[in-house]
Write a protein that binds this ligand. Structure first.
Ligand code: HEC
Length: 147
């Protein structure tokens, strides 16, 4: 291969990668959206809720919610997954805030980053259970309007 051809190829690969990074393409294929329990509207066991958190949320938010999961590279337009372990921040949010952010995605509550919407994956009942899981096991906090 001539040097010129080689350079051209390198440039086009780099261009392609940066277009992908910019548009967010490639990102959605990477995103795991999986349900531990297919039962629609059924109430999950605590184990199932945990499994769903680990499979779907932990890749970005981390198992303990610190925002350090394997997909938490700073590619979400520079916005890191929120530290759901931060009791001070999380007690400033109502359960409805967390429900809305999870169901409709970050943009629905005015965030700029790539918090995905989960309405096609989980029922409302399931999202409420995940929010309660975050309350009980991740931030270990409740809404407190004074904070
Ligand atoms: C692809 C990475 C990614 C995945 C997967 C993900 N999140 Fe997020 N999440 C984010 C980012 C980034 C933010 C920061 C807010 C923003 O700018 O969108 C966020 C924000 C949030 C917030 C808002 C926190 C606040 O400050 O009010 C909640 C709640 C939340 N995520 C819950 C979840 C739950 C529950 C799941 C799993 C069902 C999940 N996230 C999966 C990236 C992700």
């Amino acid at each position: 291969m001539s040097m010129k051809k080689y350079r051209l190829r390198t440039v086009s690969i780099a261009l392609c990668l940066s277009v992908m990074a910019f548009s967010g393409a490639g990102y959605s294929e990477e995103l795991p959206k999986a349900k531990a329990d297919p039962g629609k509207n059924a109430t999950w066991t605590e184990e199932a809720v945990k499994e769903n958190y680990i499979m779907n949320c932990a890749p970005c938010h981390g198992e303990t919610g610190k925002g350090n999961g394997p997909l938490a590279v700073d590619s979400f337009r520079g916005v890191k997954p929120r530290n759901l372990n931060n009791a001070k921040l999380m007690s400033a949010r109502t359960d409805e805030d967390l429900f809305k952010a999870t169901k409709f995605g970050g943009e629905s509550v005015g965030f700029f980053g790539r918090m995905p919407s989960w309405r096609d994956t989980f029922t409302d009942v399931e999202i409420k259970q995940i929010v309660q899981y975050v309350r009980k096991n991740i931030c270990k906090c409740e809404y407190n309007e004074k904070k």
